[in-house]
Design a protein around this ligand. Structure first.
Ligand code: OXD
Ligand code: MN
Length: 658
């Protein structure tokens, strides 16, 4: 028996044709949802401007009707994910000025947002559950928890009640059916997003699989869908001036998640993670809770494969905080001859052990929403090739001939070409200030990545051999080390830290904790999450090795000790040999370090191995003390004993053996 759902009672939904006049007095027939009667909701009349409402599964009709009643759009547009639909919406956005065509490129567009709406807004992102400790751990008194923010459903109801009613007035509500993961894969999940911003429709059809097949899947089974509701909060008539043809309501942004109901409500922002609800909201926050309930993992990880010159392929999943180079690593161009890298995903991995005890991963996304600045033909030629066509750029700068520009492209751009910055100012290479916003993005289909893995859409997922954790650590942390075992690796992930970046609203360069690179994306109690990770280890399962990497260590002059990018293949080579069991390690108090000389350095010029792998005792004494304190403060009694033991053992090793 499906669970009792009051909305399932007494439902009727009919579509009828009505005569309507437009403002010029021209008559036409439009479809209207007629008499959508839901208990306590009354009657709704709204034209269906595209699609067949009656053909939708009833549970979807009810979801739409409930939010039509709440948000009062002027019409309903049922998206089908087709090319024609994309062309129609693109045309509309071009006419309005929200998009600008990039003439030098193939089917590429530029969008400049309201400068007040440029990043994920973590401070306004909440998880709502009846019980607080389902969402957040027992944080120590006097401390602010950073692993997720909780609000009671009652308090959130007040917040939403002052925003959503009438929020889509004068706008069309787009209904987007989508799958996270290949359609039909047992590892995939379905969602439906309602949004009043067609930029979101265009971006969602790149980032997720938007298709009417979803309706059939929902209609034929009792499988459920994640309910995603998004409004930019700019009903017509407008209360304030729209800046850059980017309507939004930055002062009132709220992103609310209901993991128990599998629902997301997002208001006020059109920007990436706040509005493309399949990505961070669904595929990480809601999915991490689904994963906990169902025994798998939803993680902020890239997925890549590497094949050595002997033809042996290995798959790696790697967790790095936002804007730490995940996209660059996922698309790495190996500097060593004979090596091949293939990309499966650059941001999110869903991982599950199969019946043979192999960890398998899918990339739930269908596109890349990559940070543009820093990307160029040296750092990531593959990404450059991937975003040459069918791409929506947001907040990058534009060259006079209709190309794109951002910081990092100076050497590839004619110094004299006039450039328009993301703010619309005239600019030239070499001039002061930044042309692109530091969090400007390219949004392009993964399928056009020249090194996309042939199995990237395999419904079974790819087998994972190793998990990496990493961050920007300018001091103290060696290039690479290996965890002693699974439990030690989970502790290393829990202690992950990194210099802050522009992906969210943080400013300044401080080292921030970002456990498992999931700090902004946790969907439930972080202590339970760590226990869930520990519980993954079970007899009969082949546990992947865990490594910690740091491409960003600086010397005393502030120069990088390691060249990074394509040269990281040398570190991957070492890790692959470890996966094959080669004895090329030296134990240290923090983990297994590479034996001197075991990472191939030929042709690199001078590399200071000693400094790159040095473990300054003061630094590590302080680091472990601080990590312990952090996890105690943040997790309190929810910190698993095994993690506590791992922290103590690490501290003891550092104090006695370093
Ligand atoms: C992203 C992020 O957009 O992590 O991927 O912020
Ligand atoms: Mn990310």
């Amino acid at each position: 028996m499906p669970p009792y759902n009051p909305l399932m009672e007494n439902k009727t939904a009919r579509v009828s044709k009505r005569r309507r006049c437009d403002s010029m007095g021209t008559e036409s027939l439009v479809e209207e949802i007629d008499d959508v009667t839901l208990p306590g909701l009354g009657i709704v009349h709204v034209p269906v401007v595209k699609g067949d409402f009656n053909a939708l599964p009833l549970k979807v009709q009810e979801f739409i009707a409930e939010h039509v009643k709440l948000c009062r759009p002027k019409g309903i547009y049922l998206c089908d994910g087709s090319e024609e639909e994309a062309e129609e919406l693109t045309e509309k956005l071009l006419n309005r000025g929200t998009l600008v065509k990039l003439d030098k490129m193939d089917n590429c567009y530029l969008c400049r947002t309201d400068p007040a709406d440029v990043a994920r807004v973590e401070s306004q992102t909440f998880i709502c559950t009846d019980e607080k400790y389902k969402t957040v751990p027992h944080v120590a008194e006097g401390f602010k928890g950073i692993m997720g923010q909780w609000k009671s459903p009652e308090d959130m109801a007040d917040v939403l009640d002052s925003r959503f009613p009438g929020s889509m007035k004068g706008r069309v509500m787009y209904v987007i059916p989508f799958s996270m993961g290949p359609i039909g894969s047992p590892l995939s999940k379905i969602g439906v997003e309602l949004t009043d911003f067609n930029y979101v429709v265009l971006s969602m059809r790149i980032m997720a699989r938007v298709s009417t097949k979803i309706w059939d899947m929902l209609g034929n089974t009792d499988s459920d869908f994640v309910k995603c509701v998004h409004s930019i909060g700019a009903p017509r008539p407008l209360q304030k001036k729209v800046i850059n043809h980017w309507p939004c309501n930055p002062g009132k942004i709220i992103v609310a998640h209901y993991p128990d109901e599998r629902k997301v409500m997002s208001y006020g922002s059109g920007y990436g993670g706040n509005s493309l609800l399949g990505k961070k909201c669904f595929a990480l926050r809601i999915a991490s809770r689904i994963a906990k309930d169902e025994g798998w993992l939803a993680e902020h990880m890239l997925i890549m494969s590497v094949t050595n010159p002997a033809g042996q392929e290995k798959f790696i999943a790697a967790a790095f905080p936002s804007a730490c180079g995940k996209t660059n690593m996922a698309m790495l161009t190996p500097s060593l001859p004979g090596w091949k890298v293939k990309c499966i995903g650059d941001d999110i991995a869903w991982l599950r052990f199969d019946k043979d005890g192999r960890l398998r991963a899918i990339n739930p996304e269908a596109g890349f929403f990559g940070v543009a600045p820093g990307t160029n033909n040296k750092t990531n030629p593959v990404a450059m090739a991937t975003c040459e066509k069918n791409t929506i750029f947001t907040n990058v700068a534009m060259t006079e001939d209709g190309g794109v520009f951002w910081e990092g492209l100076e050497k590839e751009t004619d110094r004299n070409i006039p450039i328009t910055t993301w703010r619309g100012d005239k600019w030239k290479v070499g001039q002061e200030g930044k042309a692109a916003h530091p969090n400007s993005r390219f949004c392009c289909p993964a399928s056009q990545c020249p090194i996309i893995h042939p199995a990237w859409e395999d419904p079974e997922g790819v087998p994972i051999d190793a998990i990496l954790f990493g961050g920007r650590r300018p001091a103290g942390v060696p290039l690479v080390f290996e965890a002693f075992n699974w439990e030690h690796g989970v502790m290393l992930g829990a202690s992950l830290k990194s210099e802050s970046t522009a992906a969210a609203e943080h400013t300044g360069k401080t080292i921030m904790h970002d456990p498992m690179a999931m700090r902004p994306f946790m969907g439930y109690n972080f202590g339970d999450y760590l226990q869930h990770w520990l519980d993954m280890k079970q007899p009969g399962r082949q546990m992947p090795k865990i490594f910690h990497v740091n491409w960003f260590r600086l010397n005393e002059h502030g120069d990088f000790l390691w060249p990074g990018f394509g040269q990281n293949i040398r570190v991957i080579d070492w890790m692959c040999r470890r996966m094959d069991g080669e004895n090329i390690v030296e134990p240290s108090p923090i983990g297994l370090l590479p034996e001197e000389g075991s990472i191939p350095l030929q042709g690199l010029g001078p590399i200071d191995w000693e400094e790159m792998f040095s473990l300054p005792k003061d630094y590590w004494m302080e680091d472990i003390k601080e990590s312990k304190q952090f996890l105690h403060d943040q997790c309190g009694c929810d910190l698993p004993d095994v993690i506590e033991q791992q922290l103590n053992a690490q501290q003891e090793r550092i104090s006695e053996n370093l």
